[in-house]
Design a protein around this ligand. Structure first.
Ligand code: ADP
Length: 756
């Protein structure tokens, strides 16, 4: 394609007005009459100056030359003038051409690199100033005004030595103006890089932190700086963040330190270098000893190989290092340690260092061991309990199964929860049939006489309500086949953990046999009483009827003796004597027998009877014996008994007489009677110093006609003690004796005391 030249026909047909309007450079058209037309770019610039005069676009120094050029253009000449435009550093080139009788002005302003830089820094949020060699501020961007909190006007013209500046170093000390980086740069012609500086922000009334870089500019070959450009970043937030990060890191490190015995660090390549304060303190190793891999010496020899392998692997992979080993403490003791180290990277992910910890495991180990021991003990206990329980369960099952008594378990509502085989057998049900059923409704619904048994009256039900144990001696339960089973039972409440009645256990005894036995016993007693009565009747009748013929024999024997005594031969007299003697004995025997038979319980009238009175009567009865052979009777009987005085006198007279009678040959008898109260009874003792009675005869002597001696030796007919026993028993008492041959005898008897 061939480009047309400026004078081509095509170009000339273009509308010049449109062309001028579209031009980005300011263009003005001045007529000879002083009329001015500005294109859009020129208008925009004018608006910035705030003036109506187009010459206000230029520094006043440039205006005369421009006016000269305009005059020349009006004369038809075209000129180019170098001008200084307001607010720009770089000079502009103004072309003034003659056009259609007027002057056409075209301004081209080259942008100064500094201006570009100011704008660029602004875009990056960095403050920038350009200062003259005397540090007066020439240029400043918007970011600088924001960061410093001062307007463009306040900043422009100010120098670094201005006492209004308030600046400090990070450590809070004063930052004098002559040490400001811009001053340093001017003085030294060296770039001052990233100098931290705190400046006081007047609006926020607080310090802001800046990072200041000052770049000196000088003309090539010059020894003095021409300007200094200062660029600064507001690092207040970054600083705060770093402070916070450092604080966090410190906190984290102190936390690690608190939970670990040792905190250490190592180079990225795993090299262990001093100082390692914790390591030294714990192991007692000197820096020379632990440096490099010297630290391995502080490990238990058996743990070195796996530790170094783990460490090398971690360093190679840049991965978490984790191991355990025994570390020798300064006192020589090995301590089990858990070791961990993490690779620390910078923001670009580069490994910066390793930070590691050693934590004492012994406490954990001890805790683990204690826990294991505790577990084992607990398990042992549980096992023991389980065995105990199993044993108890086995035992109770055995008991329940083997028990002869029926056993029911009931819950709080009276539902049968278990029943043993004996219970099932007793009532004719299977165990399964009884469990889950209300016990009362199933087996306890009616009384023995067939009347309904209301649940409210049932003692088992009452125990479920009040938790009291109950014993019932006679009741019935109903057999599955419909008949009543006589039973005795005990109801015992069961309790839950809170002590509430949770049910009851009923132990039931089938008393059919017992009742039958009791019946039989009753029958036997009745039989016995009847035959006793018969016997007594017989004895009475017999002795009564025997009296009559005996009286006849006695009368005639006496008659015979009276008439023929001394008339027959001596032998006949002796026979007569024998006959008379036998008749006397028989009479006394029959009288005793009659007396014995007449004693009956029915005739007994019991009244309070002082034993002292009785003893006085007894003494009168035996007075003859006492007088005859010098024997003695003493008594100490302060009590009263319920009894019939005549019978008790006979009883005591018999015992005292025996005591006096059965004395040892050539010895005088002493009989002593005492009494004392024992509960509801009075216990009497009749003690003698006589011949005594061998133990084997102690029971027999209370039977009728039982004697241990020949009549020739000791008189008597063997009825005395039988009568004694009958009288004692009729009074509700008991009679027995203590005795051995030659040691005397003590007869004991109990009689009812007078109720107090
Ligand atoms: P008896 O009429 O023989 O006294 P008892 O029934 O009173 O009959 O006594 C029976 C027997 O018991 C006496 O024969 C005697 O052998 C023995 N006996 C009773 N009392 C005593 C006593 N105090 N000392 C020794 N023996 C006695």
């Amino acid at each position: 394609m061939t480009l047309p030249d400026a004078g081509s026909a095509a170009f000339q047909t273009l509308d010049a007005a449109a062309l001028l309007a579209a031009l980005p450079d300011p263009v003005a058209y001045l007529t000879a009459g002083g009329q001015v037309t500005l294109n859009r770019a020129a208008q925009a610039r004018m608006a910035q100056t705030g003036s109506g005069d187009w010459t206000a676009l230029f520094q006043p120094g440039s205006v005369p030359a421009i006016q000269d050029a305009v005059q020349a253009a009006l004369r038809g000449e075209t000129r180019q003038v170098t001008v200084q435009v307001v607010d720009t550093v770089a000079p502009g080139l103004l072309t003034v051409a003659s056009a259609s009788g007027g002057a056409l002005l075209h301004l081209h302003v080259a942008r100064d690199p500094l201006e570009v830089a100011l704008e660029l820094m602004d875009g990056l949020g960095l403050g920038m100033t350009v200062q003259a060699p005397d540090t007066r501020i020439l240029l400043v961007n918007d970011a600088a005004t924001r960061i410093l909190g001062l307007t463009r006007e306040q900043l422009t013209g100010r120098d670094s030595m201005d006492p209004e500046w308030r600046a400090i170093h990070p450590d809070g000390t004063d930052f004098p103006g002559e040490t400001h980086p811009s001053m340093q740069a001017l003085r030294t012609l060296q770039v001052q890089r990233e100098v931290p500086m705190g400046v006081y922000h007047p609006q926020e009334q607080d310090w802001r932190w800046l990072q200041v870089t000052a770049i000196p500019r000088r003309a090539p070959g010059a020894t003095q700086a021409k300007q200094v450009t200062t660029v600064f970043a507001d690092i207040t937030e970054k600083q705060a963040m770093q402070t916070e990060m450092r604080r966090r890191e410190r906190r984290y490190r102190s936390l690690v330190r608190a939970t670990s015995q040792i905190v250490w660090d190592a180079f990225p390549d795993g090299d262990f270098q001093p100082p390692q304060a914790d390591w030294e303190a714990f192991t007692g190793q000197s820096p020379a000893q632990y440096r490099g891999v010297g630290w391995l010496d502080a490990l238990h020899p058996d743990d070195r190989a796996h530790t170094i392998a783990d460490w090398q692997r971690a360093v190679r992979d840049g991965d978490l290092y984790s191991t355990e080993h025994r570390l020798r403490r300064a006192d020589g003791q090995y301590v089990p340690m858990q070791v961990r180290a993490v690779p620390v990277t910078d923001e670009r992910g580069r490994l910066v260092e390793w930070v590691g910890t050693h934590s004492d495991l012994s406490a954990i180990r001890e805790a683990e061991q204690a826990l294991r021991a505790l577990n084992a003990e607990l398990e042992g206990r549980v096992q023991q309990r389980t065995e105990d329980l199993a044993r108890v369960t086995r035992f109770s099952t055995l008991l329940l199964t083997a028990a002869g008594e029926g056993i029911f378990g009931l819950d709080a509502r009276g539902i049968t929860t278990f029943a043993n085989p004996a219970a099932a057998r007793m009532l004719g049900y299977s165990i399964e049939r009884m469990i889950g059923q209300p016990q009362h409704d199933l087996v306890h619904h009616h009384h023995e006489d067939g009347a309904p048994y209301p649940l409210a009256d049932c003692p088992i039900h009452q125990t479920l309500l009040d938790g009291q144990t109950r014993r019932v001696e006679r009741d019935v339960m109903w057999h599955a086949q419909g008949h009543a089973v006589p039973v005795a039972y005990v109801v015992t409440p069961t309790h839950d953990e809170q002590g509430q009645t949770s049910g009851a256990v009923v132990m039931v005894q089938d008393i059919t046999e017992r009742i039958r036995a009791q019946g039989q016993l009753q029958d036997l007693i009745e039989d016995l009483e009847r035959s006793n009565q018969d016997l007594e009747q017989f004895a009475y009748v017999a002795s009564h009827d025997l009296q009559e013929p005996l009286r006849t024999i006695g009368s005639y024997t006496e008659l015979l003796a009276r008439r023929y005594q001394g008339q027959l031969d001596p032998r006949a007299d002796q026979y007569l004597h024998f006959m008379q003697d036998a008749v006397d004995r028989m009479r006394s025997l029959i009288q005793d027998l009659l007396g014995f038979a007449r004693l009956s319980r029915a005739d007994l009238t019991l009244t309070p009877t002082p034993l002292g009175d009785l003893m006085r009567s007894v003494q009168q009865n035996v007075q003859g014996t006492l007088d005859a052979d010098g024997s003695s009777l003493t008594w100490d009987t302060p009590d009263q008994v319920m009894g019939q005085a005549s019978l008790l006198t006979q009883l005591l007279t018999n015992l005292v007489s025996n005591g006096l009678k059965f004395h040892r040959p050539g010895e005088t008898a002493h009989v002593q009677v005492t009494s004392r109260r024992e509960g509801d009874m009075i216990h009497m003792q009749v003690r003698d110093n006589g011949i005594g009675i061998p133990p084997e005869y102690h029971a027999r002597i209370f039977e009728i006609f039982q004697r241990l001696h020949r009549r020739e030796t000791y008189a008597g007919n063997g009825m005395g003690l039988a009568i004694c026993r009958k009288i004692t028993e009729h009074h509700g008492g008991r009679i027995w004796l203590d005795s051995s041959p030659d040691l005397g005898s003590t007869f004991h008897l109990t009689l009812p005391a007078v109720p107090s």
